[in-house]
Write a protein that binds this ligand. Structure first.
Ligand code: 13P
Length: 251
């Protein structure tokens, strides 16, 4: 399976800074190895700039960090899937831990966003992951099951997901903390996610990429990427600097 290396720029970068970073990535990734696909989840305000810089290279794409599940309407501050597509984005993140835990999104809203974005033609990366207290209470599997099932219970029959859907496992305690999950923890969680996906999708689950995110750096990226059931990386802090992200992509 092609490995997806994704950057999540979160709420960083002006348009000028984004243009500079995207140009450095496009230049550094002129020949992306065939087994890699590179995504940048940029702030809404920079998406057109990033999409433009990536336009000549089919191995690079950009996405929004969120979207609202409606075509248009009185939803102040929100951005629809159509607006993301209009800016040149082809992907959206849903359920990022910062949206769940800082902005209060629940499983039902994450499910609505995921399904609506897929229906409207975006590819979706669904983020899941447990908090430290949930892990310590032995609830890893139960949390991942709840987060995955809430989406699939609401998914319409026959929704095509091949090449359009990925899951990012990001343990909340490893995000932005410098505390990367150990290889055994990544292996355990990714195996749980694969089994849960098999339960809802059968054999098709083999083709769904599962990414790891949480304190990925150039020094630990290759080791994590080589683990069973790790089909990519979702990188926050270390993606802000183009050279550091290029090292993680492995070029
Ligand atoms: P860090 O790589 O900064 O830990 O962030 C991970 C993340 O939240 C990516 O979505």
């Amino acid at each position: 399976m092609q490995k997806i290396i994704a950057a999540n720029w979160k709420m960083y970068k002006t348009r000028a800074q984004a243009a500079q970073s995207a140009a450095s990535l496009a230049a550094g990734l002129r020949t992306v190895p065939a087994e890699r696909c590179v995504l940048v989840f940029a702030p809404f305000t920079c998406l057109d700039v990033v999409a433009q810089a990536f336009a000549q290279n089919p191995a690079l794409a950009c996405g929004g960090q969120d979207c609202y599940p409606a075509d248009e309407g009185a939803f102040t501050g929100e951005i629809s899937p159509a607006m993301l597509l209009d800016c040149g984005a082809t992907w959206a993140l849903t359920g990022h831990s910062e949206r769940r835990h800082i902005l209060g999104e629940d499983d039902a809203l994450v499910a609505r966003k995921t399904i609506f974005a897929l229906e409207k033609g975006l590819n979706v990366m669904l983020c899941i992951g447990e908090k430290l207290e949930e892990r310590e209470a032995g609830n890893l599997s139960a949390v991942l099951e709840r987060q995955i099932h809430s989406v699939f219970e609401a998914m319409p029959e026959g929704q095509s997901l091949d090449g359009r859907f990925a899951v990012a496992y990001e343990p909340v305690w490893a995000i932005g903390t410098g505390k990367v999950a150990g290889h055994a923890e990544v292996l355990e969680a990714h195996a749980v996610v694969r089994t849960l996906l098999q339960g809802v999708l059968g054999n098709a689950a083999e083709r769904l990429p599962i990414l790891y995110g949480g304190s990925v750096k150039p020094a630990n990226a290759a080791g994590i990427l080589a683990l069973d059931n790790v089909d990519g990386l979702l990188v926050g802090g270390a993606s802000l600097d183009a050279q550091s992200f290029l090292q993680i992509v492995g070029v």
